[in-house]
Ligand binder design. Structure first.
Ligand SMILES: [Zn+2]
Length: 341
């Protein structure tokens, strides 16, 4: 199956009342782990690349690995998404390469650090929507700021001081015409999200419910949504790692979000932890090992297991069986419903 728009995956998810994990990739083994998990659970998938990942892989390599995935897994609907585009130029270069979805993160200035104002965010996001929709490509926007920094991206602000405002969200969606909205509800990027098991005061799930009431037809996106399983942290530390005590977003809270309009859930840290733990275990137990397949195979397997578990708990498992809508047809739909605000 050719790559499909992320919009189609999210529309299907809304119909079925489930969420779709968006997993970050930087190399072949991660793509293979996701695709095997998708096949075993019959899940549609969103594979996403940050700017850092595009730089690391030289994105032509990444793109061609994804083409291989579409050939080898023809039964799986796949969307390829630019995670946290920092400027229209970044999004346009992704679209030109063949990404079927982009995030224009205008909540931050192009430096990826400084919080931007609302009018700037509307302007750059709308600009990307016009270019992307003309080609049937999906656009995710963000309002409010997450805490933490990942791949050099992030404001590292106090997450609770920058929650998404529900009324602003309505205006933002109307004026930009985005397909999906990333909301800030107190989460952070990276492994260090919460210093104790999060309560409703630090992980403000009620905010998602409020936004969903005002925007029932907008697909919501949760960033920074790794669960940071204690057993993976413990395993890393057991085999020589040094990761401080930390807590992520419990899977039950994500499921609560899915009941209130969350359709895309970004997961990166959990996969990094799983692979690192597996590599450490092999190198600790077999210090004589120097064949990289000796540790990359278990690492790939460990990531596959995490991805499978998320696919099952988000509800996307068993939902790969639909026909692709060509991007030209998506473009036609957008032409019929132009943004007028
Ligand atoms: Zn993010």
């Amino acid at each position: 199956m050719a790559m499909v728009s992320m919009r189609q995956l999210l529309d299907e998810a809304a119909k079925g009342g489930y969420g779709v994990g968006a997993f970050n990739v930087n190399n072949m083994e991660q793509i293979q782990a996701i695709m095997e998990a998708a096949r075993e659970t019959k899940s549609p998938v969103i594979v996403q690349a940050s700017r850092g990942a595009r730089g690391y892989t030289n994105d032509r390599f990444l793109y061609h690995l994804m083409l291989a995935a579409t050939e080898l897994y023809p039964e799986i609907p796949i969307a390829l998404h630019q995670d946290h585009g920092n400027s229209p130029e970044t999004c346009i270069s992704a679209i030109e390469m063949g990404f079927t979805s982009v995030m224009m993160d205008g909540s931050l200035m192009p430096d990826g650090k400084t919080p931007a104002d609302f009018e700037y965010n509307v302007r750059v996001t709308r600009e990307v929507v016009e270019i992307a929709h003309a080609r049937g490509v999906t656009v995710e926007g963000e309002l409010g700021c997450l805490g933490g920094i990942e791949d050099g991206h992030g404001a590292d602000v106090d997450a609770l001081a920058h929650l998404t405002d529900p009324d602003e969200a309505v205006e933002f969606v109307e004026r930009t015409g985005i397909d999906a909205l990333a909301v800030a509800i107190g989460t952070s990027h990276g492994a260090y999200k919460f210093t104790k098991k999060p309560t409703g005061e630090v992980l403000v799930m009620s905010r998602i419910e409020e936004i969903n009431r005002k925007l029932p037809n907008t697909h919501l996106v949760m960033h920074g949504s790794s669960s940071v399983p204690k057993e993976l942290i413990d395993m890393i530390n057991k085999y020589g790692g040094k990761i401080k005590e930390t807590y992520g977003v419990p899977v039950e809270e994500i499921q609560r979000g899915i009941r209130h309009g969350v359709r895309k859930i970004n997961v990166d840290t959990d996969n990094r932890l799983a692979m690192t733990a597996a590599v450490r275990k092999v190198l600790f137990e077999k210090p004589e090992e120097f064949d990289l397949r000796g540790y990359m195979k278990p690492a790939r397997e460990a990531m596959k297991e995490v991805v499978k578990a998320r696919m099952i708990s988000f509800g996307q498992a068993g939902n790969a069986g639909y026909a692709p809508i060509p991007l030209e047809q998506m473009a036609q739909k957008y032409r019929e419903q132009p943004v007028t605000a």
